[in-house]
Design a protein around this ligand. Structure first.
Ligand code: PBG
Length: 324
C-alpha cells in the first residue's frame, strides 16, 4: 500500500484551496490599450474580437471603467496620426500616446501607466526602426526610441516599454530619461521577444505589418534559450527595471530560467494570437473559455511571471466579481 498518498489533499474543494500554490491576482494583470487619432467611439478590430481602438477621449472613459473593475495597470499602444519612413510622429509631444497618458492620469490618477516604445505603428514600411539598404539600422533606431521614451515620460508615463529589440535600446532610453530629468520613470524591457506567428491580430490593430521582409533580423529566434538569457543579462546590465518575455505560452521555460537567475520582477505578454486562439477555440466549443484562460494565466504565473500583460484582464476582473 502507498504510504505517500498525494490524493489525500485533493479530496475536497477546501483541501485543494488549502494547498493551492499559485494564484493570479488582478493586481498582477496589465491591460493593453490601443489609442488611435481622432474622436468618436471605440473601433472594433475584425481579427481581434473584444478589443478596440480608443480615441483619446474614449481612453478617459475606459480608464475610469478599468479602475472601477479593479484593473490599475495599462500598457498603451499608439496608432500613428501619420506615417513617414522615420516614424517621427512616434516622438511628437502631442502624439496619441502622450495625450492618452495625460487623459488617463486625469481620469484615474492611481493607474500605473506603461507605454510601448517602438516605431512600427508610425513608419510607412512598418518596421520597428529606421531602415537603410533594406535593413533596420540599430544605433540610429535606439536614438529615435530614446526620444519616444522621453516624450512618453514627459506626459507622465510611469514606465516605458521598449519592444523594438534593438541592441542597447534600454541603455539609450535610460540615459535619455535621466538626461531629461526623468530618473524616476521605469523601463520594462521586452527582453526576449520572439519573431512569432502569434502577433497577427495586434498588427491589424496597430496597422503595423511590415511592408517587406519580416522581423527576424531583430526579434529573437524561438529556437534559442541561451541567447534569450543573454538578452536578459544585457537588459539587466543596461538598467531595466522589469524583464518581459513574449509570447507567454511559448516562453514558459525562459520564464522559469529567468526566475532562478534574476531578482528583478518578471513579466510575460500573453499576445494577441494567444488571445485570439483561445477565443476562437471557445467560440467553436472546443474549450471552456474561462477555464482555459485561468489555466493559461496560472501556468504563466507558475513559471515565474510576477506580471502578465493580457487582453483577458477585464474578463478576469468580471469573473472575480462573480460574473458568469
Ligand atoms: C511592436 C509590438 C508587437 C507586439 C507588441 N509590441 C508586434 C510586433 O512585434 O510585430 C505584439 C503584441 C501582441 O501580439 O499582442 N513592436
Amino acid at each position: 500500500m502507498p504510504r505517500v498518498r498525494l490524493r489525500r489533499l485533493r479530496r475536497s474543494p477546501s483541501l485543494r484551496e488549502w494547498v493551492a500554490e499559485t494564484t493570479v491576482e488582478l493586481r498582477r494583470l496589465i491591460y493593453p490599450v490601443f489609442v488611435r487619432p481622432g474622436t468618436g467611439r471605440p473601433e472594433p478590430i475584425p481579427s481581434f474580437p473584444g478589443v478596440f481602438r480608443y480615441s483619446v477621449r474614449g481612453v478617459s472613459a475606459l480608464a475610469r471603467e478599468l479602475s472601477s473593475e479593479g484593473i490599475h495597470s495599462v500598457l498603451l499602444f499608439g496608432v500613428g496620426r501619420r506615417k513617414d519612413p522615420e516614424g517621427r510622429d512616434a516622438w511628437a509631444a502631442d502624439g496619441v500616446v502622450p495625450e492618452a497618458v495625460r487623459a488617463i492620469r486625469r481620469a484615474a490618477p492611481e493607474m500605473v501607466i506603461s507605454t510601448d516604445v517602438c516605431l512600427c505603428a508610425y513608419t510607412t514600411h512598418g518596421h520597428c526602426g529606421v531602415v537603410a539598404h533594406g535593413t533596420v539600422v540599430n544605433d540610429a533606431t535606439c536614438e529615435r526610441l530614446a526620444r519616444v521614451a522621453v516624450a512618453h515620460a514627459e506626459a507622465g508615463a510611469d514606465v516605458v516599454a521598449p519592444s523594438a529589440m534593438m541592441d542597447g535600446q534600454v541603455a539609450a532610453i535610460r540615459a535619455a530619461l535621466d538626461g531629461a530629468g526623468h530618473e524616476d520613470a521605469g523601463v520594462l524591457a521586452y527582453t526576449s521577444k520572439h519573431a512569432s506567428s502569434f502577433y497577427g491580430p495586434f498588427r491589424e490593430a496597430e496597422q503595423s505589418t511590415p511592408e517587406f521582409g519580416d522581423r527576424r533580423g531583430y526579434q529573437m529566434d524561438f529556437r534559442n534559450a541561451r541567447e534569450a538569457l543573454r538578452e536578459m543579462e544585457q537588459d539587466v546590465a543596461e538598467g531595466a527595471d522589469v524583464l518581459m518575455v513574449k509570447p507567454a505560452l511559448t516562453s514558459l521555460d525562459l520564464l522559469a530560467r529567468a526566475r532562478q537567475r534574476f531578482l528583478l520582477p518578471l513579466a510575460a505578454y500573453q499576445v494577441s494570437g494567444e488571445y485570439a486562439m483561445l477565443r476562437a477555440a471557445a467560440a467553436a466549443g472546443v474549450v471552456d473559455e474561462r477555464a482555459a484562460v485561468e489555466e493559461t494565466l496560472t501556468a504563466i504565473r507558475r513559471a515565474g511571471a510576477d506580471l502578465i500583460v493580457t487582453y483577458f484582464a477585464r474578463d478576469v476582473a468580471h469573473w472575480s466579481r462573480g460574473g458568469p
